[in-house]
Design a protein. Structure first.
Length: 423
């Protein structure tokens, strides 16, 4: 061994992990989870209806989904710290500039930019970077790094709501934009490197243990090429699973309305939604930890049962305390799709083209989420309730779980591991 070998920077993976936590906590919790709080204020300010003030969010979802087509490749080919920092600067700039808007159409344009800007650092970066920097405990760090977004949402929702009430939506927009820039940019510039560089003493967490067992390999080179992955049954199964599972995910936007339908006040309905957000945070953290210690089929089945119990409870319970508990369980079940599926994708195809594969599958999910959100509203208008939507979501939970388990059982990375390591 060369005496000039650089000293190993054992702290580096945890620096990346800290940066991913900040992205989820501030980025997702503040940028994504608070957008609906501005609806009433914007409607009053510009004299327009709910459909017009919510249109920017639909535009944002569409541009985010389109961005996913090339986001994975972009993150891999260009220094991730540059890509993420530019995106965060744009996202923060949208809110700062938005505080000066004088017409509702300006939000349509701005949120088209926001969709492009937020999806790479907030939706794609945490699972991709963590998979590159952690060979061991990947499920645990992925669960915590992505689960903390729910805690951020639970904290920032009342903070932003109070800001809007006390200082106005323009001040809330301005403070949000500044907070995004100040809190995230230091980490995106210095911490969020795409993958370890062994020549600089950077190794993924768990690399030493593998080396000690005589299995040291270039883990970043393992796995299937994206083009080969796209032709596998596992890719097809996972794509279908994430598409149909958005039927349940998109119902989260309608939970408060569902509770109000049965006589709850808006505040009581919002409390059920808060329980769901906290459940989602818990579920994402818990499923990550369990995936590191139990068989994936057992973990997926467990969270499917919890999710079904939660949505079933929301369907039949019309008491606030029980609805809050049911919402908590429904949120915990979301860990299945929000962390479980990205983990299965990583372990089905390997790290080689994980960013590209994940971005394409996530794109399918984004389009499906936008479509199903509208579909639930249409079903409500037709039937007068969310019974059809919730019942359908329960059935879909079972189908999606079966597809994910089948994809993992026949995962091509395991079947081609020796070939991948030889490349």
């Amino acid at each position: 061994m060369s005496t000039n070998a650089p000293k190993t920077k054992a702290w580096r993976p945890w620096f990346v992990f800290a940066g991913c936590c900040v992205l989820s906590f501030i980025g997702f919790g503040l940028i994504v989870n608070t957008q609906g709080l501005y609806f009433n204020a914007l409607s009053a300010e510009f004299g327009v209806g709910r459909s017009q003030v919510s249109l920017p969010l639909s535009i944002e979802q569409i541009t985010a989904a389109i961005t996913m087509l090339f986001a994975g490749a972009l993150l891999k080919k260009i220094d991730s710290r540059i890509v993420i920092s530019v995106c965060i600067a744009l996202a923060g700039g949208v809110f700062i500039l938005g505080s000066t808007f004088t017409a509702i159409w300006q939000f349509d344009v701005a949120f088209a930019v926001l969709g492009v800007a937020y999806v790479i650092p907030i939706a794609l970066t945490p699972p991709v970077l963590l998979s590159n920097w952690f060979n061991k405990k990947l499920g645990t760090v992925m669960g915590i790094g992505m689960g903390i977004s729910g805690i951020g949402g639970a904290i920032f929702n009342p903070v932003v709501s109070n800001l809007i009430t006390a200082q106005g939506w323009r001040t809330a927009y301005l403070i949000t934009g500044i907070a995004v820039l100040v809190c995230i940019l230091p980490f995106s510039i210095f911490a969020l490197k795409f993958a370890p560089d062994p020549t600089k003493g950077e190794l993924p967490y768990g690399y030493e243990e593998q080396a000690g067992n005589g299995t040291a390999t270039n883990t970043a080179a393992q796995g299937l090429d994206a083009k080969k992955a796209f032709m596998t049954r596992a890719f097809i199964f996972l794509s279908i699973a994430i598409i149909i599972q958005q039927f349940s995910n998109s119902l989260l936007q309608h939970i408060s309305a569902h509770e109000v339908q049965y006589g709850f006040t808006l505040s009581q309905g919002a409390l059920v939604m808060t329980g769901t957000l906290l459940g989602a945070a818990t579920g994402k953290m818990l499923i990550g930890i369990l995936l590191d210690h139990l068989k994936p089929a057992v973990v997926v089945s467990l969270f499917t049962c919890i999710g079904i119990l939660g949505w079933g409870g929301l369907l039949i319970s019309h008491m606030q305390a029980l609805s809050i508990v049911a919402g908590l369980f429904a949120g915990i079940g979301q860990g299945f799709v929000l962390v479980g599926i990205p983990w299965v994708i990583r372990n089905s195809f390997g790290p080689k083209d994980y960013s590209t594969i994940l971005s394409i599958i996530s794109m399918f999910g984004s389009f499906a989420n936008a479509a199903f959100t509208t579909l639930h509203g249409t079903l409500f208008d037709s039937t007068g309730s969310y019974v059809v939507s919730i019942s359908g979501g329960i059935v879909i939970y079972v189908i999606a779980a079966a597809l994910v388990i089948a994809a993992y059982t026949g995962r091509p990375f395991r079947e081609n591991k020796e070939l991948a390591e030889a490349q």
